[in-house]
Design a protein around this ligand. Structure first.
Ligand SMILES: [Zn+2]
Length: 160
């Protein structure tokens, strides 16, 4: 099967998240709280050739539209992503995500001695290398990508 055949099949209504850094499609679904048991039809394409990124992942979700908040969360872990909202087979909205330089108040610092644990100070992380890592500006604790995703998931709480 060619790459074209693999990725081209269209959805009627829903969301296409394209240009996800390769290997992160499953994390994108996780932060959207989609496990596959919700009955949406989902296509996940991983590690396909991309002119922009060398390799990329694509996620298509039929019957599900993303909110602004969900777009912002995706920006944290997939800064290159483009989000297309599809209605009746047409792209009705294109969103480009933008990764913030700092993240305030979203995730907790894992360092138990960090001042943000004790003084009622809002946590602030500097985003390093376009969503690959983040660093606490108070104690310099650096989060690797998997830790970062885990803390985001923890903050989002159990699925509603
Ligand atoms: Zn800290």
């Amino acid at each position: 099967m060619s790459v074209r055949e693999l990725i081209v099949s269209k959805i009627k209504d829903g969301t296409v998240i394209d240009h996800i850094p390769s290997g992160r499609a499953l994390d994108v679904l996780k932060v959207l709280r989609i496990s596959g048991s919700e009955n949406f039809r989902i296509a996940i394409v991983m590690n396909v050739e991309s002119s922009k990124l060398n390799k990329k992942d694509i996620v298509k979700i039929e019957g599900r539209f993303l909110s602004k908040d969900e777009t912002d969360i995706i920006a944290l872990i997939a800064p290159t992503a483009t989000i297309n909202i599809i209605k009746n087979f047409e792209v009705v909205e294109k969103r480009k995500v933008s990764t913030p330089r700092v993240i305030s108040g979203l995730i907790k610092c894992p360092n138990v001695t960090c001042i943000t644990k004790h003084e009622g100070i809002e946590t602030t992380f500097e985003v390093l290398s376009a969503g690959l890592r983040a660093r606490c500006i108070y104690c310099n604790t650096e989060l690797s990508y998997p830790e970062f995703v885990e803390l985001i998931l923890k903050q989002l709480g159990p699925k509603k």
